[in-house]
Design a protein around this ligand. Structure first.
Ligand code: GAR
Length: 189
């Protein structure tokens, strides 16, 4: 197999997708090494997960930068230092700007808990429940300058006719982990 790709995972919160990808890399299921965890919420649980796995963490407060451009330039310089070739957004609740998009064109992917283009943005699961859909789902897609837009790579449908948000979230997260890993495998192996 070819040399392992160095990837960065961007996350804002819990980090269950981060953990699933990092473990899959450690077990050589994905031909990649997680070189950096980028987190825009210092202290978020994902940073603990990363530290336990001895993955370097970059914790930044976007508000402490004078602009989005300056914030992304800082991230870019750290990505370069770590020789990162590919980026996975795993619950990173921020739109990627031109600085990173230009440098990593077609090399940034995102996971979203809906069948896009339905329910982009924050709380996709809540939006779908409120709408009353009976088929939920998850999408992995390339990232462009739009909110949860960009070319779709893979999707999985999850039929669900109940009203228990916790149960539904557990089903969606479990499916996310599988779909994200298989998509990364296809793209990087
Ligand atoms: C995931 O459900 C992911 O799809 C979603 O955030 C959650 C993060 O969970 N992302 C978006 O909504 C992006 N618009 P995790 O922190 O446990 O991986």
């Amino acid at each position: 197999m070819s040399k392992k790709k160095r990837i960065a995972i961007f996350a804002s919160g819990n980090g269950s997708n981060f953990e699933a990808i990092a473990q899959a890399c450690l077990k050589n299921r994905i031909n990649a090494e997680v070189a950096l965890c980028v987190c825009d919420h210092p202290g978020a649980y994902v940073t603990e997960r990363a530290k336990k796995l001895e993955i370097p963490v970059l914790e930044l407060r976007p508000k402490s930068f004078s602009s989005k451009e300056e914030y992304e330039r800082k991230i870019l310089s750290e990505l370069k230092k770590e020789e990162v070739e590919f980026i996975a957004l795993a619950g990173y609740m921020r739109i990627i700007g031109p600085v990173l998009l230009k440098e990593y064109e077609q090399r940034i992917i995102n996971i979203h808990p809906s069948l896009l283009p339905s329910f982009p943005g924050v709380d996709a699961i809540g939006q779908a429940l409120k709408y009353g859909v009976k088929v939920f789902g998850v999408t992995v897609h390339y990232v462009d300058e739009t909110l949860d837009g960009g070319e779709i790579i893979s999707q999985a449908a999850i039929p669900y006719d109940g009203n228990d948000r916790e149960e539904l979230e557990a089903m969606i997260h479990a499916r996310e982990h599988v779909l994200f890993i298989s998509s990364l495998k296809t793209l990087l192996n």
